[in-house]
Design a protein around this ligand. Structure first.
Ligand code: DP6
Length: 320
């Protein structure tokens, strides 16, 4: 009754920010993302009827803070009461720093738990279960370009375009590896309750989604670049105008944004996006990867640059 699943983080190009139903963790808006290839979380889940409580280790050390949320995630997959679980998580990138580690972690945990129990669930069901643990995790069940849409009391997640059909590179500039000041779930609620821009954000999202969907369908990089940067800056404007303000950027975050825009003004196809953290993700065609990486490495305050291509959705990689 042990299974190991691997899931890659995804990066939203049209962002999820805000919840319409807290108890089921349903998002207030749809979103569009790309799933990465080289960064991943591997989650091993073993159910043991003789165990007394769930145990979790993250990269080899016990992690009490993350355990309750993971336990609830396993409850949803297995039903309750259930046998205690031994959960081991390993990620090959910095966790809790705005690199979508919760997306890959909960997607992998959901898939591993279902496999360990021998439960046969569709990818759509697994996506909904993962999304109840962390909204963005639902998207990591699928590869390439992925859209998440609200549908009544659940979400529908569907692939828009396969990774191989429009290859892109994602160059991540790490500007700080510390944990974030406030988690995204809590920050979303602060924005929903206090930001004067929140209502407009929700209202305009279908329009941004439509433009991005068309851009992806048409392989129109410039169209996607323009709408993705706009959507990202709009989300951060909602955060900045919240009370208390939610500011994830540091000086290097801003330097990276300027550098990317300058590169684009010079004719290189590249755009940025930033999530609930200070890291900057530059998206570019594979042919531009080297020049974008070289440029971001030179930006003062950038401590590490990680490159990924687009990859596949979560999958089972081992079973015992
Ligand atoms: C800024 O999926 O981490 O990355 O559902 O509360 O776990 P919870 O939120 P989470 O939020 C991600 C927010 C974002 C944008 C995005 O990925 O769409």
């Amino acid at each position: 009754m042990r299974a190991i699943a691997r899931a890659q983080p995804n990066i939203a190009l049209i962002k999820y920010w805000g919840k319409r139903d807290l108890s089921r963790n349903l998002p207030a808006v749809g979103s569009i993302s790309i799933t990465l290839s080289t960064l991943y979380t591997e989650m091993s889940v073993a159910f043991d009827a003789s165990g007394s409580a769930d145990e979790l280790s993250v990269n080899g050390s016990a992690d009490a803070a993350m355990l309750p949320r993971l336990s609830r995630c396993l409850d949803r997959v297995a039903g309750t009461p259930r046998a205690a679980a031994r959960i081991e998580s390993r990620s090959n990138f910095p966790i809790a720093a705005g690199l979508a580690s919760s997306a890959s972690a909960f997607a992998a945990a959901t898939v591993a738990a279902a496999a360990a129990l021998g439960i046969d669930r569709s990818r759509a069901e697994l996506a909904n279960l993962a999304g109840q643990a962390s909204g963005s995790a639902a998207r990591s069940l699928y590869g390439g370009f992925v859209e998440l849409a609200n549908a009544g009391d659940h979400v529908t997640v569907s692939p828009l375009l396969a990774a191989a059909d429009w290859p892109q590179s994602v160059v991540v500039a790490i500007t700080s590896s510390g944990p974030k000041p406030v988690g995204s779930g809590e920050a979303m609620e602060i924005s929903r309750k206090t930001s004067p821009f929140y209502g407009r954000w929700v209202e305009q999202q279908p329009h941004d989604l439509e433009i991005a969907r068309d851009a992806i369908r048409e392989h129109d990089f410039d169209k996607l670049a323009t709408i993705a940067e706009h959507n990202c800056l709009k989300m951060h404007s909602v955060m900045w105008a919240s009370r208390p303000p939610v500011v994830y950027w540091n000086a290097a975050t801003l330097e990276c944004m300027h550098a990317i825009r300058e590169l684009r003004a010079g004719g290189v196809q590249v755009f940025f996006t930033i999530d609930a953290g200070p890291q900057v993700k530059a998206i570019c065609p594979v042919a531009e990867e080297d020049s974008v990486r070289a440029m971001l490495t030179e930006v003062p305050g950038v401590t590490q640059v990680i490159v990924s291509r687009l990859g596949e959705g979560a999958s089972v990689v081992g079973r015992e």
